[in-house]
Design a protein around this ligand. Structure first.
Ligand code: ZN
Length: 510
């Protein structure tokens, strides 16, 4: 919606009610008695009524009533520094649309009082910073701009109006300002509009203090009304808070059963027993209806608890078995085996089935999907998957050897050659107690070259390990990361001279 199209719906000037709301509600905390001591007397100035009176015994920092207007004010010393004394509030005020009798609007107002320069006759500065339009069965629109009191110069900086993709509360942007919303203005705005039936007055507005996200959702999805009225406002609140909802809610649904996709019996039971319906429980009820596990409400609740609300995993496993069978199988495995909890067994089963997929095992075979001993079966697949992964790495290494063999070289009783397999890499790391065993992937992928130096008469005994990248020698390490011995230093000097290209010789020998 264009800015001009939005603006025609919204009253552009502050009404008397809005100014009164700001004075008496939003800025109620911004009333002060500034006191100056004259001997034993205190000279007072009230910022609310501009009245002056003399008294004694007011405590600076406490609250006291103004003798002129009876306002409850904070007592401040006029002499003390006021260099941070700026009161900012942000409040949302609702109204009917100026042009559409079914629509409602809301305005977000930034109001500020700056007491830093003088405490007498401080004016309230108002700035319109958010405009909202809510059209039933169509949606909501929001434009906003920033405004803040410039701390250096004491004027209000105001930014450009920008459209917002979603409707949200400006509270998040108003860091220092206290937030308010006029509930009285909502009551008057919604009267004789569809929003009167939205359930706004039953909704727990602590979740969404200025209600703009709530009215935005209702404008788009009228089903919000039944959800709130039936006490499912935590579903609405969860949606507004962006909780994960597992596609449980059909927001376009025409009836409550369409929206929640559970049976009337379940719904009545939830209502009767006053159970808090959350997205997880709803999802389990929906899944059990779909796969014909037909859990009772108690069973579904126990299931959620047992499986620690791991909905994502259950959705994956649901393609192998219905929920009742998953539950029975894993409970049985817990009794028989190493599992402390059924949700632990669930994780193992998920990992086991992932392994089976990698190994291309036949998952249409019951005995593969439901091994008699899940723990043992998983230990086996772990080993096999690792072997398979190592085989892949070894093939990559074999493919690299052709070009790496150019480094093969003998000198002074020593020889050098590329590492031939992951097993050799691991053995090298184990024998020499350094970390080269972890280089498998990088070596196989050609990100680095790993070579071994051996004594010619002991060709199978690890001696020194060399890392070369981009034709530079990066590391030469022996047992426990020790530095090259004299014979190895001489060998590497000759190796570098003969085997590495002249411009690549500068590589450091570590
Ligand atoms: Zn007063």
């Amino acid at each position: 919606m264009d800015f001009e199209d939005l603006k025609v719906h919204i009253p552009q000037s502050l009404s008397d009610e809005m100014i009164e709301y700001a004075e008496n509600v939003a800025l109620l905390h911004s009333r002060y008695l500034f006191v100056t001591r004259r001997g034993k007397r205190q000279h007072c100035y009230c910022t609310h009524c501009n009245g002056m009176f003399e008294t004694q015994g007011l405590n600076v920092g406490k609250q006291a009533h103004c003798e002129k207007c009876n306002s409850l004010c904070y007592v401040k010393s006029a002499a003390r520094g006021r260099n941070k004394m700026v009161d900012e509030v942000y409040f949302v005020y609702y109204a009917k649309s100026v042009i559409d009798p079914k629509a409602i609007v809301a305005t977000g107002i930034y109001a500020v009082r700056d007491y830093r320069f003088s405490y007498r006759n401080v004016k309230t500065h108002f700035e319109l910073v958010a405009m909202y339009l809510f059209i039933p069965r169509e949606g909501s629109y929001m434009w906003r701009r920033i405004a803040y009191q410039s701390m250096a110069e004491g004027f209000v900086y105001v930014g450009e109006w920008t459209p917002c993709a979603t409707t949200y509360s400006m509270g998040v942007l108003m860091k220092k300002a206290r937030e308010f919303v006029s509930h009285e203005s909502i009551k008057q705005a919604v009267q004789d509009t569809p929003f009167a039936w939205s359930g706004w007055d039953q909704y727990d507005y602590r979740r969404d203090s200025d209600m703009v996200a709530f009215f935005g959702l209702y404008a788009r999805y009228p089903c919000v009304e039944y959800l709130v009225k039936l006490g499912f406002d935590n579903i609405v609140g969860g949606k507004l808070a962006g909780e994960r909802n597992y596609k449980t809610i059909n927001w376009q649904g025409k009836t409550l059963f369409d929206v929640l996709r559970i049976t009337k019996k379940e719904l009545n039971e939830i209502k009767r027993k006053n159970i808090t319906l959350d997205f997880e429980l709803l999802k389990i009820l929906q899944m059990s209806l779909k796969d014909r596990s037909n859990f009772s409400l108690e069973e579904a609740m126990a299931f959620c608890k047992d499986f620690n609300y791991s909905i994502g995993t259950l959705e994956k496993l649901n393609k192998y078995a219905h929920l009742r069978r998953i539950s029975n199988y894993l409970k049985n495995q817990k009794h028989k085996n190493h599992f402390v909890t059924v949700s632990g067994a669930l994780t193992t089963w998920r990992d086991y089935l992932n392994d089976c997929e990698i190994m291309q095992m036949d998952l249409s075979d019951e005995s593969v999907v439901f091994p008699r001993n899940l723990y043992q079966a998983h230990q086996n697949t772990i080993k096999q998957v690792k072997i398979k992964a190592d085989e892949k790495l070894n093939q990559q290494i074999r493919d690299r050897l052709k070009s790496l063999n150019r480094y093969c070289f003998e000198f002074g009783g020593l020889m050098i050659r590329p590492v031939e397999s992951t097993e050799e890499l691991i053995a090298e790391g184990k024998t020499l107690h350094h970390c080269v065993g972890t280089y498998g992937n990088r070596y196989a992928e050609g990100k680095t070259d790993i070579l071994v130096i051996r004594r010619i008469e002991e060709p199978d005994k690890p001696y020194f390990t060399v890392e070369i990248t981009d034709g530079h020698v990066r590391q030469v390490h022996g047992a426990k990361n020790c530095n090259p011995t004299e014979d190895v230093q001489a060998f590497m000097a000759e190796f570098t001279k003969q085997k590495l290209k002249p411009k690549e010789r500068e590589g450091k020998v570590a």
